[in-house]
Design a protein around this ligand. Structure first.
Ligand SMILES: C[S@@+](CC[C@H](N)C(=O)[O-])C[C@H]1O[C@@H](n2cnc3c(N)ncnc32)[C@H](O)[C@@H]1O
Length: 240
């Protein structure tokens, strides 16, 4: 089947808006290298159709393959890191377009480094990225290296090991309710590291902690941006 025929076939599925990202995942290529007249194997057609109906089904596939493209950036993905989702792309683009002139940027909870690397590729900011997981940071460091970007990585529980102040702090914190993860884990279906998705009893534990502690680490005209459930929430220094 041709790529354009597949696009037509999955046009009415729930994740049709992510067709380009799904094709990139399955074909293991950056989007810019996928053309409408390319031929796709029957097996790849089947996978694309499956992920277009339920994107969560792609997670085991990504971890098994051990790599993916996020915004055309090649990334190593292991069981120690969150596999970045295309729903995060508008968040990254917002930072690049509206805050790309900021000098010092801090990310809390970088996982694979996906967001920090995408921003580093498009801006001249000094980027510091943290994670509580030292295993995740090892992967993020490898990803930064293979993408030729310079990022300062710090192992830290939220702001614990942060000493400087920043013009912009951003985070896509863990945001599922612990109880929901318990259920998925009990069913043997948890593929994402628990640390990357457990947001406490109400899902807001880390979000609220970052929001309440960020001011101390922001410059006077600085901004905090947090993603929650696909929404981008922007807080200026004086609102914190
Ligand atoms: C939802 S993932 C986001 C990863 C990456 N920013 C992305 O969007 O692909 C959340 C990340 O926060 C990290 N994390 C969890 N608790 C943390 C804490 N207390 N301090 C710093 N990072 C934490 C997890 O290890 C995980 O990498």
């Amino acid at each position: 089947m041709l790529v354009k025929e597949l696009k037509d076939k999955i046009r009415d599925t729930e994740f049709a808006h992510c067709t380009e990202a799904i094709l990139s995942l399955v074909l293991d290529k950056p989007r810019e290298n996928i053309k409408d007249d390319d031929i796709i194997s029957d097996n790849d057609v089947r996978l694309c159709e499956e992920f277009a109906v339920d994107f969560k089904k792609s997670y085991p596939f990504i971890y098994e393959r051990g790599r993916m493209y996020f915004m055309d950036i090649p990334l190593i993905i292991t069981k120690d890191v969150f596999s970045p989702v295309f729903a995060t792309e508008p968040f990254v683009n917002k930072i690049i377009n509206d805050f790309g002139d900021k000098k010092d940027i801090l990310e809390i909870g970088t996982g694979s480094g996906a967001m920090a690397i995408a921003i580093a590729k498009k801006t001249i900011a000094n980027i510091t990225a943290t994670d509580i997981s030292s295993e995740a940071l090892k992967i993020a460091e490898q990803n930064a290296k293979q993408n030729n970007v310079k990022i300062k990585f710090i192992q830290s529980d939220l702001f614990e090991n942060i000493t400087g102040t920043y013009d912009l702090i951003f985070s896509n914190p863990p945001q599922s309710k612990s109880g929901d993860i318990d259920t998925i884990e009990k069913d043997g279906k948890l593929v994402i590291p628990r640390l990357a998705c457990d947001g406490g009893n109400d899902g807001f534990y880390l979000y609220n902690k970052i929001k309440s502690e960020a001011k101390k680490y922001l410059n006077n005209n600085g901004t905090l941006i947090l993603q929650y459930d696909g929404y981008i929430n922007i807080y200026n220094y004086n609102e914190l």
